[in-house]
Design a protein around this ligand. Sequence first.
Ligand code: UD1
Ligand code: MG
Length: 454
Amino acid sequence: MKLGVVILAAGQGTRMKSALPKVLHNIAGRPLLAHVIDTARVLGGDKVAVVYGHGGDRVQQAIADPGLVWVEQAEQLGTGHAVEQAMFAMADMDRVLVLYGDVPLTTQVTLNSLIHQAEGSALALLTVTLDDPTGYGRIVRVEGHVTRIVEQKDASEVEQRIREINTGILIAERAKLAGWLARLESNNAQGEFYLTDIVAMAVDDGIEVKTAHPADTFEVEGVNDRVQLAMLERRHQQMQAERLMRQGVTLRDPARFDLRGRLHSGEDVELDVNVLIEGEVTLGNGVRVGANTVIRNSRIGDGVWIKENCVIEDAVIGADSIIGPFARLRPATTLAERVHVGNFVEIKKSDVAAGSKINHLSYIGDTTIGRSVNIGAGTITCNYDGVNKFRTVIGDNAFIGSDTQLVAPVEVGAGATIGAGSTITRDAPPDTLTLSRAKQLTLKGWKRPEKQGD
Ligand code: UD1
Ligand code: MG
């Protein structure tokens, strides 16, 4: 059985009040449409078609998925018309599932239950019962059997009291669906080709229309404005937080945790409040992350303690290292085991070997640091001459005195000591003291100037 998926995404999204097409607005750092495409793929969709209208080029560029079929619906003549535009792409499919580019959080469990219903029928609908069904298409049943869907604007007063509504998501046998769509008419209150009219046609064909229901209503909620966007973002974050906690991650406050990407975590990981994880992040066993820290595309080893207010991006941190508070690790930084990086330290494109310490107020860029090196407070690698970048190399067991400038390209040998306050422009040999510093003077009898006049 081949499953085709048609995702409707031609809507303007005027209520977003945005230059960006609605389906490109993000939830958890990914476009709404990308969430729906993910869902289609997880369900095993053999072909996925996206019906676009407004901002089509931007949508295609942003999604950049070569496996998709893009179908333009230049004029929006209704949901039935939209699905019909994509039917050419479904020609070799057995069944067609209709999803919506602005309904991002439908779960696999719910959709599988809908697909399961479609095993016994040519048409199955995802429906839900709401306290306030205003605005939605109503599911009309006779003696429990679905007979048709009536849109709000076409519904009688009695029909408007029906609380079971059409979510819009449905699955149908491809060949039958094609036939029904070809027979749609637009003689209704909105002058549109309603996808929902296929229900009465199926019933006329003697088909028992089946229904499935989501576990929770947020699964079928669409995004029309930024308030709804924020609400679904929260729901999504809440679900992710719950999943992580069930996997054994301690979140000090699940309401103050955001994951925009994927987190792989070991045992007994603890995240304090306002931690933000982005991209692909791996946290080893026993990792602790302090409040207000951002970690993006990084691998953190076992036993690492990242204290408050750090920003870590495209970095690797070895086991048992201690980072922060207020540290910044920039892309292509690799720290080995037991490295200490303290407050107001910035490291970029550098490798630091085991047991080395950079504890206060430093900039380390384009540098290779050996084992057990101590970098004194205020040390800076001058890696940039205004045009080119150069490397600094520091050997094992070197000791760099405070407030040193290492003007790259430069090498400090293993075991070398650099006197505090030095500007090092030439290589410092191993196991020696190198310093570049004016001699200290004391002027006897010197007096401070006194204030003159008034
Ligand atoms: C539709 C359903 C209604 C259901 C509701 C759920 C129909 C006729 N009605 O109503 O029963 O309760 O969704 O939210 O199907 N779209 C296109 N091309 C079009 C028209 C729509 O791509 O020509 C897309 C829109 O971008 C949107 C979705 O289809 O994502 C739904 O369209 P909309 O006009 O909002 O449908 P409703 O009137 O809300
Ligand atoms: Mg409409």
